[in-house]
Design a protein around this ligand. Structure first.
Ligand SMILES: Cc1ncc(COP(=O)(O)O)c(C=O)c1O
Length: 369
């Protein structure tokens, strides 16, 4: 099928760019002597996870248990769930997933004795052991235990509880990923976890509590930790790169990240053109998320801006002069946030040279359970 035959709004990924981003990040992580465990919250598609693993990733991350079920059932054999879970229903699902896939490595992030007790209880009742990573507070003030006596006590609690295993630590400073300016961002990311790594050396290691795995860092900060012993990087957004991520800059450019390119876009049709300064397209908030700002119009971006027109409408504001649009014309929009835009679609159309090569079902869509 040709891209021109797709109806809109349609989610598109440029396969050439996707492949460059995928292999580019793997190469960079290899050069840093680290391992890559990409976060699949960005794409939620097992086929893409398999491509990342084929390129050298050691496994994947998922945010939620529901996403992990999709990945594991899609044949991915090493998954880290990066958000703590709570409650009997959820815990039993985790145990069931492990029981049903005995040859798959499934690890769960936790930050409290509650998690250790409930996971340990159901895992041991079923004769299995689940590997846990302790999330440590690293400036985001989301989940995470402080790197002090509380961390030591929690690790010791895991080590003395049946059905669970202490595999390591997660430290992800999500609040720093989008800081503009390479040096500033890397310094902030380094400083946010420096005391944790000192604590590992001075307190955990002497007590025999050294973490086997230290997992964290994202697309914006993966270079920050040359002085730190992270064992794996959880970057995810590099695969698609949204316009917000592109604007954070890289080593050589303050304003543009050229390490990775925008691979994801939404095709949308001009459905109305009420005046020379305003055209309306069929992609509103239910197609393009606006939590990180407005999408960018790929062509004519210097004279045309997108404004949200509600759930179903996007408004193109056209500077004085002749409009480049007519009703029925299809345009391409670059999302400001990949993850939340992708989550609006059932299918990701992978395109090369104007041909739709794959139509991947976004199997993890709606699986935030
Ligand atoms: C725990 C965790 N790790 C890794 C990532 C991926 O980071 P990025 O998409 O910035 O590369 C995220 C993204 O939100 C995350 O929540």
């Amino acid at each position: 099928m040709k891209i021109t035959q797709l109806d809109t709004p349609a989610l598109i990924v440029d396969l050439d760019i996707l492949e460059q981003n995928l292999s580019g990040m793997q190469k960079r992580i290899n050069q840093l002597g680290l391992a890559l465990r990409p976060h699949t919250k960005a794409h939620k598609i097992p086929a893409l996870a398999h491509m990342q693993i084929a390129a050298g990733a050691i496994g994947v991350c998922t945010s939620k248990l529901g996403e992990a079920e999709v990945m594991v059932e899609g044949g991915v054999n090493d998954v880290l769930i990066t958000t703590p879970i709570a409650g009997e229903t959820k815990t039993k699902r985790l145990v069931d997933l492990c029981l049903n896939h005995p040859n798959t490595t499934i690890r769960q992030v936790i930050d409290h004795a509650y998690h250790v007790d409930i996971i340990g209880k159901y895992a041991s009742q079923n004769g299995i052991e689940i590997g846990l990573l302790v999330e440590v507070e690293s400036g985001q003030e989301r989940c995470g235990v402080n790197a002090d006596q509380a961390l030591i006590e929690l690790i010791n609690h895991i080590k003395t509880t049946e059905g669970v295993r202490y595999d390591g630590i997660q430290a992800y400073s999500g609040h720093l990923q989008l800081i503009k300016g390479y040096e500033k961002r890397q310094r902030a990311a380094h400083d946010a976890v420096d005391s944790l790594f000192t604590f590992i050396e001075t307190a955990l290691k002497p007590q025999g509590l050294a973490p086997k795995i230290i997992s964290g860092a994202g697309t914006g900060t993966y270079q920050a930790h040359s002085a730190h012993a992270y064992t794996e990087v959880q970057a995810g957004s590099y695969l698609f790169m949204d316009s917000t991520y592109t604007a954070i800059g890289d080593e050589n450019n303050e304003d543009t990240n050229r390490q990775f390119s925008s691979a994801l876009s939404v095709l949308s049709t001009v459905i109305s053109h009420p005046s020379s300064g305003r055209a309306v397209v069929d992609a509103g908030m239910k197609s393009l998320s606006i939590d990180l700002g407005m999408p960018k119009v790929r062509e004519h971006s210097d004279t045309v801006t997108y404004k949200c027109g509600g759930d179903e409408h996007g408004i193109l504001l056209i500077e004085q002069g002749k409009s480049p649009y007519e009703i029925g014309q299809v345009i391409s929009l670059i999302p400001s946030h990949c993850d939340t835009t992708l989550h609006n679609f059932d299918v990701l159309n992978a395109v090369r040279d104007g041909e739709v090569i794959h139509q991947w079902r976004i199997q993890g869509r709606g699986r935030s359970d």
